[in-house]
Design a protein around this ligand. Structure first.
Ligand SMILES: [Zn+2]
Length: 105
């Protein structure tokens, strides 16, 4: 969606105004004007979002997000554990998959 010139001008004024007042462009938290355009919390959220997108693009499993393990065979669900932190590891030249449960969430 393209913005009209007046919409663009309004958007620029809005950003300039926020920056002049030292406010985060996303959540209005007071920030150091000479720093970024976003507060630390919003920057952290951005970093986390970018990390997730990067992992998804690379086809990687995001271990930090996994919180439930299900082992299923022909007979159905054999093992299930929720609210756990896991580490995934591949051994024997890619022939063995190991799931380590490293703690509770
Ligand atoms: Zn913010």
């Amino acid at each position: 969606m393209a913005l009209t010139l007046s919409q663009l001008a309004r958007q620029r004024r809005w950003v300039k105004n926020r920056r002049a007042n030292g406010l985060c462009l996303r959540c209005n938290t007071k920030i150091d004007v000479n720093q970024h355009r976003l507060c630390e919390a919003c920057l952290a959220k951005n970093r986390e979002r970018k990390r997730r997108i990067r992992m998804k693009k690379a086809g990687m499993i995001d271990e930090k997000r996994v919180m439930r393990i299900e082992v299923i065979d022909e007979g159905g669900l054999k093992y299930m554990r929720r609210d756990c932190a896991v580490r995934i590891s591949v051994h024997d030249s890619g022939r063995t998959l190991k799931l380590f449960i490293v703690g509770k969430l």
